[in-house]
Design a binder for this molecule. Structure first.
Ligand SMILES: Cc1cc2nc3c(=O)[nH]c(=O)nc-3n(C[C@H](O)[C@H](O)[C@H](O)COP(=O)(O)OP(=O)(O)OC[C@H]3O[C@@H](n4cnc5c(N)ncnc54)[C@H](O)[C@@H]3O)c2cc1C
Length: 457
């Protein structure tokens, strides 16, 4: 049996405005033309980039020039079909994972891969080839995309899949919108036993125990992730909390799906002095100490397990007017967890002030030509932007990551220099070859592709 959930189809709406745009980190803030429309076929015709919910942190969803046009896809959010036998979903690119969760979780289906926020669009999840807590088993989102409809530079709309126009498909998966506009996607959803998670969290004393714990947990649990206190030094370096989870069996889970909870809201950008070394140290210390029992087990609702930050609307405002960035890299395991240790030591030694730090073991590299994850340890740290000092700080982290054989995640990046990106990304040449084949005049570009990939400004 198949169903298409009921949606009111409104007449097509379209508005084009001169807009001031930023990513989730609120830095940089740029001007450009933005078309918001529920008719992506028309809106995408002359546009230079698509943009979803703007949850990428830096400049990957921002226009390259003030005269460039970005299509905001969020009005194009229709579910076009769902087969309850196979779990195959076809939907427009602007539908958010939050909308999919609302419809599908109570029916015991879930998206195959989810990032740490559900406020991302289907198109954005494919273009960044997002990864989640199950990366060690299921890889990235793109592994579960059966096909896409893509508006390419010469105006055609093509069906692409791992079997049709495969090279274009894998350049688009993780290609940050630079191969064209994804209009629709067909995705394999995951059947789940119940809409609840059985979770376990463990307090961990240091980095070796954290990485060893993640790698052991990966053999036993489908979902794992760690939080670390990134201001702790010496023997405490890398201490934190290791979280594991699996979908709960019917016999373990409450009868009803969890009810949606109200969300708190940060009303305005906090003053810069609110976030300083002392307040961040206190937060990290208290978060670690709050987990006073060595091991906690039980049923958790999926929203708390997958999306703890989504409980607070506009939490990006706590970093103040200058905004913030997230540095996310993946490093090879190396001997004795050396690369991850040297990275954290440098972060602390350079005076890094991290508020949130997430650590995760990644599975093997996927087929997306620029997809981020590869086998090793991923570390993601949020910190406030402090002018030129942030640029110097990111440069020093990038030098270390390139020397260790790691790479950064484009969806989080704001400050990487083109030379550092090239040093980390031997796949760039192959990606650019496919781009130029399909877009010889360089129609598709973003502020990020101008900064990192040599696109014309
Ligand atoms: C709190 C938080 C937690 C996060 N956790 C994770 C995580 O665990 N794992 C992870 O992988 N990521 C994570 N992210 C990053 C986020 O998943 C990605 O940045 C995602 O791409 C955002 O989707 P979006 O719809 O907001 O896209 P946008 O930010 O609007 O755009 C991102 C990129 O996708 C392109 N794009 C968007 N729509 C289309 C389209 N229709 N066609 C072509 N290109 C398109 C844009 O051009 C841009 O390059 C997190 C972000 C936040 C804020």
């Amino acid at each position: 049996m198949s169903f298409i959930p009921e949606f009111t189809i409104m007449p097509s709406t379209q508005c084009q405005t001169l807009a001031t745009l930023s990513g989730w980190g609120r830095c940089p803030i740029v001007q450009g033309r933005e078309i918001k429309s529920d008719d992506l076929c028309t809106a995408s015709l002359d546009a230079n980039l698509s943009r979803g919910l703007g949850r990428s942190y830096g400049d990957s969803s921002l226009p390259g020039r003030a005269s460039d046009t970005v299509v905001n896809t969020t009005l194009a959010d229709r579910l076009l079909g769902f087969d309850e036998r196979s779990g195959i979903l076809r939907a427009e690119a602007g539908v958010s994972l939050a909308q999919l969760n609302r419809v599908f979780l109570p029916r015991k289906w879930f998206v195959p891969v989810t990032p740490g926020t559900q406020f991302v669009t289907l198109g954005g999840a494919i273009a960044s080839d997002v990864h989640g807590k199950n990366h060690h088993i299921d890889g990235c989102f793109g592994n579960h995309v059966l096909s896409i409809k893509l508006r390419v530079a010469d105006g055609r709309i093509l069906d692409c899949s791992p079997g049709i126009e495969a090279e274009l498909f894998w350049a688009t998966v993780g290609g940050m919108g630079l191969t064209g506009h994804i209009l629709e996607a067909t995705v394999q959803m995951r059947a789940i036993a119940s809409p609840w998670i059985w979770g376990e969290s463990e307090r961990i004393a240091g980095l070796d125990a954290m990485i060893d714990g993640l790698r052991l947990a990966a053999t036993q649990w489908p979902m794992t992730v760690g939080w670390i206190d990134c201001l702790a030094r010496g023997q405490h370096l890398g201490r934190g909390i290791l979280m594991k989870g699996r979908w709960a069996e019917v016999s373990e889970a409450p009868r009803q799906a969890a009810k949606a909870k109200g969300r708190l809201r940060v009303p305005f950008a906090l003053p810069a002095f609110a976030l300083n070394r002392a307040s961040m140290k206190a937060f990290n210390f208290l978060y670690y100490r709050k987990h006073y029992q060595p091991l906690v087990q039980g049923i958790v609702d999926p929203q708390s397990f997958f999306y703890p930050l989504d409980k607070l609307d506009n939490w990006n405002l706590i970093y103040g007017r200058r905004g913030f960035t997230q540095y996310q890299c993946v490093l090879p395991y190396g001997n004795d967890n050396g690369p991850a240790r040297r990275f954290l030591e440098r972060f602390v030694a350079e005076g890094g002030m991290g508020f949130l730090c997430v650590i995760k073991d990644c599975g093997s590299e996927g087929r997306g030509m620029l997809s981020f994850p590869k086998s090793g340890i991923s570390i993601a740290i949020d910190f406030p932007v402090q002018g030129a000092e942030t640029q110097r700080f990111v440069n020093r982290l990038n030098e270390l990551v390139a020397a260790e054989g790691g790479r950064i995640y484009l969806a989080k990046d704001t400050f990487t220099l083109a030379e550092h990106f090239r040093a980390m990304e031997p796949r760039l040449e192959a990606f650019n070859r496919v781009r130029r084949l399909w877009d010889p005049t360089g129609k598709f570009r973003s502020a990020q592709s101008i900064r990192l990939m040599g696109d014309a400004a």
